[in-house]
Design a protein around this ligand. Structure first.
Ligand code: GBH
Length: 485
């Protein structure tokens, strides 16, 4: 042990949860079988040119077939919890409030939950990790139509609470509502692939749609949370919240007040967009209203009351940190970031961190603790870390060293260490850490080229054979040291 490791020993509460997070569309496979309906990703990934390696998620990790083996492997890694998402179209194939239920899909999740509990692993469930039923897109453009979408989502939520809630005590309504809307309706690189500036042939209006979809997510999160609290919580005694994505933005020139303001604006556009209505003022940040005007929807008083205070914890996904510089020119109509520019180095040439196999992702734990403090100071709400992880340099192709993933080990050492310091020294209330992710999986538009797992998967083998990497055992070791007995 280093002196720092000795200092951090037992700094996490005895009931601290740690484990891995996954998403249905990235791991399950069985995309067209066992009664499942199509999700937006099942159609999107079959459109030529959308996925980097032209792959699909039809099979991915086949965790639908191998869930028992996966639970056993997770147990061997020493986890205490597992965060996974439900595929709405597996449970209600056509998605709508009056559409039939697929009992086989319900049984799959029910069996998975039982298997986890039988192995002493606490399940955390995400209702929506980006895979809306395709039928709801076809019927009314999904979340662009708040009025028609609302009853469909609430019926799905209610069904999940009633069928799994006897055993699920941690519910997350939406995963990264901001990423869902920006990637799907601005950049257009995720389903449903709408963008008015990336591709002149694509449909959509990126100057308004991302904000409309975000509004739908916030309000329907609020409605689902209210439903849970009124009808299920009194007997089931679980907790419900949302998971937001956010990376730390640091001023490019710390002595330039314009960059300092730009970094704060970047955080408000990325995080405050959701966090202010949920945990803060109850409305969108003033900086967003100032830049976007009427293109940003307005909350009715009723919506405000519904959304504010609805999330019982702050689910946090974070991967990296950036340097941020102000722009002198006025913001573009399709700007969603607060009129800023991002950089890998600051003014003095200091790098934000070591490179991975993924262009946007560098190891930058120095910003993680700042982010934790920023959230905690503003909102004072318990934090569940629901995703954090990395690809490692050189894992795109099989190699002799792929299982000895030093880069990923050092990433986790940095991030989990900062987490422990935030708890011990800053008094931040952090109750879980889910690493992204358990096995290599289907990384959305990047296909199988970006490997985020602590377990290597041979995707060419019929059984998608799994091989533990060193980082899996590192996490086990580190957490047994950090969590108090
Ligand atoms: C998470 O999002 C997701 O929840 C998870 O499903 C995913 O597998 C994991 O991260 C790893 O990526 O290419 O420059 O346009 C993380 C947030 C935000 C990261 C959008 C990638 C695109 C940057 N993501 N970002 S860019």
């Amino acid at each position: 042990d280093t002196p720092e490791e000795r200092y951090l020993k037992s700094s996490l509460r005895p009931d601290f949860h740690w484990g891995f997070a996954t998403a249905a569309a990235q791991v399950e496979g069985a995309a067209f079988t066992h009664g499942k309906g199509l999700s937006c990703w099942d159609t999107f990934c079959h459109i030529p040119g959308k996925i980097k390696d032209s792959s699909t998620n039809d099979d991915s990790c086949r965790s639908y077939d191998f869930y028992k083996q996966d639970v056993a492997l997770m147990k061997s890694y020493g986890v205490t919890a597992y965060r996974f998402s439900l595929a709405w179209s597996r449970i209600i194939p056509l998605g709508g409030a009056d559409d039939p239920v697929n009992e086989e899909g319900i049984k799959y999740y029910s069996d998975l939950i039982d298997e986890l509990l039988a192995n002493g692993i606490t399940p955390f469930v995400t209702l929506f990790h980006w895979d809306i039923p395709q039928t709801l897109e076809d019927r009314y453009l999904g979340m662009l139509n708040q009025e028609r979408y609302t009853p469909d989502f609430l019926r799905y939520a209610r069904l999940c609470f009633s069928r799994f809630g006897d055993r699920i005590k941690h519910w997350i309504t939406y995963n990264e509502p901001g990423v869902y809307t920006l990637a799907g309706y601005a950049a257009g690189v995720h389903a449903p692939g709408r963008s008015s500036f990336r591709d002149r042939n694509a449909e959509g209006d990126s100057s308004t749609e991302p904000f409309i979809v975000a509004h739908t997510e916030l309000v329907t999160h609020g409605l689902a949370a209210k439903l849970y609290k009124q009808e299920f919580q009194p007997t089931q005694k679980g907790t419900i919240g949302i998971t937001l994505h956010g990376n730390w933005s640091e001023p490019w020139d710390i002595s330039d007040l314009l960059d300092v303001a730009a970094a704060e604006r970047a955080r408000e556009f990325e995080i405050g967009w959701f966090a202010e209505p949920l945990y803060g003022s109850g409305d969108y940040p003033a900086s967003m209203r100032a830049q976007l005007g009427d293109r940003l929807p307005t909350f009715t008083e009723e919506e405000k009351r519904l959304v504010r205070g609805s999330s019982e914890f702050y689910g946090m996904n974070t991967y990296t940190s950036f340097f941020v510089r102000h722009r002198d020119s006025p913001p573009d109509i399709n700007d969603h970031k607060g009129n800023i520019e991002v950089f890998d180095k600051n003014k003095s040439g200091v790098s934000r961190g070591e490179e991975s196999d993924t262009q946007w992702l560098r190891t930058a734990p120095w910003g993680f603790r700042k982010l934790l403090r920023w959230i905690w100071n503003r909102y004072h709400i318990p934090i569940y870390m629901t995703e954090n992880g990395t690809t490692a340099k050189g894992e795109k192709e099989p190699s002799d060293t792929i299982l000895n993933d030093t880069h990923r080990v050092e990433f986790f050492r940095g991030y989990v260490g900062e987490l422990a310091k935030a708890v011990k020294e800053d008094g931040v209330d952090i109750q879980s850490y889910f690493a992204w992710t358990f096995t290599d999986n289907w990384e959305w538009a990047a296909g199988y080229t970006d490997r985020f797992g602590v377990t290597y998967i041979d995707f060419d083998s019929p059984k998608k054979t799994r091989y533990p990497k060193r980082s899996a055992y590192f996490l086990q070791d580190f957490f047994s040291h950090l969590i108090a007995e």
